[in-house]
Design a protein around this ligand. Structure first.
Ligand code: 5GP
Ligand code: MN
Length: 319
């Protein structure tokens, strides 16, 4: 696999790096670390993402290089990180489909398996863990900037080392990244302690209007366009809200439904260990991990809510 990675890079003169839409810290941290690495070995590259970096990830070293469209030249290698299917590339998908070679570096359970070289480990806490190990294996010089990007991926996907995916491997890799000069304090402050006032108000509304079922084991809340307008908030401000519901002692499964634009509903699902919400998300055309998944609907808020809540009740009953 390492030889394969080296070989692909040796034959590449220009690399297109991509990640999933609605990018999180693992998506952008991994993509930017890869870009900084390619810079360091003199390989021309650019980073594409359907959405620009959210506010709380603007601190990432190299963030300004993220573009929605390539500068126009042809690329002979594509590398996509932290996603398991091409359609999650959103509007950048055609640029990746055009590339003659594709490397996938990811930790999701694959439901498609694109790519000429796949470096996929579903047991890894974050794509950034896999990438940090890969960079070490190829003898890369991990700079403090790269280390901060990779730490951001691990901190995001482990909820700052609190989720069940926190394991000896993710801690060991994080320790190495600290040694390389990664700024863990900055990462934690930027990601967890930089809430916009609008987001705090919207979180209040989310918890205030939260609904419960199945002996308070199922919690969900819905945010309409009017709610967003009223709080002067955007969809990216809702990051982490669904976890706040899951952290209530009785709650085993939590869902949040958002209507960031009319007729388009985003749903995020979170569950405690034994419940598999990825399976539920996949039934609705989405995906993710067993305990953190999501899907999108072209329905009204109420319709999406009815469909998913009904299915989640069955999920709870079957365990
Ligand atoms: P979030 O709720 O934070 O948007 O996403 C949680 C997890 O589910 C992430 O790992 C993300 O990649 C995955 N996920 C969210 N929405 C979708 C979707 O529409 N399709 C797929 N395949 N995965 C999704
Ligand atoms: Mn990830």
């Amino acid at each position: 696999m390492i030889q394969g990675f080296r070989g692909e890079l040796a034959n590449a003169s220009s690399v297109l790096i991509g990640t999933h839409l609605n990018p999180d810290g693992d998506a952008l941290g991994s993509a930017l670390a890869m870009s900084l690495y390619l810079d360091s070995i003199g390989i021309d590259n650019e980073v594409l993402c359907h959405h620009p970096a959210p506010k709380n990830l603007q601190f990432l070293p190299g963030v300004k290089r993220i573009r929605q469209h390539p500068k126009g030249e042809k690329h002979d290698l594509a590398i996509m990180l932290d996603l398991d299917s091409l359609d999650r590339l959103g509007s950048t998908e055609p640029y990746f489909s055009e590339c003659p070679r594709l490397i996938v570096i990811d930790h999701h359970v694959p439901h498609e398996a694109p790519g000429n070289l796949r470096i996929v480990e579903t047991s890894a806490a974050a794509t950034a863990v896999i990438l940090a190990q890969l960079l070490e294996a190829v003898g890369a010089k991990i700079t403090p900037e790269m280390a901060t990007c990779l730490l951001t991926g691990i901190v995001t996907d482990t909820g700052s080392f609190r989720f069940r995916n926190t394991n000896p491997e993710s801690l060991a890799v994080s320790s190495l990244l600290l040694e390389k000069g990664g700024d863990l304090t900055q990462v934690n402050e930027e990601i967890f302690q930089s809430k916009q006032l609008s987001a705090a108000r919207l979180l209040g509304h989310t918890l205030e209007t939260m609904q419960l079922a199945c002996n308070d084991q199922l919690a969900w809340s819905a945010l309409s366009i009017r709610d967003f307008d009223f709080a002067k908030a955007t969809d990216e401000d809702t990051e982490g809200f669904v976890n706040e519901m899951l952290f209530i002692t009785s709650v085993q499964i939590a869902a949040i439904f958002r209507e960031p634009k009319p007729g388009r509903i985003r749903c995020s699902l979170r569950s405690r260990s034994q419940y598999d919400v990825a399976e539920v998300a996949r039934e609705f055309g989405g995906g993710g991990h067993k305990n953190a998944a999501g899907c999108t609907f072209d329905l009204t808020l109420e319709e999406a809510e009815d469909l998913v809540v009904e299915r989640l009740k069955r999920c709870l009953a079957s365990c």
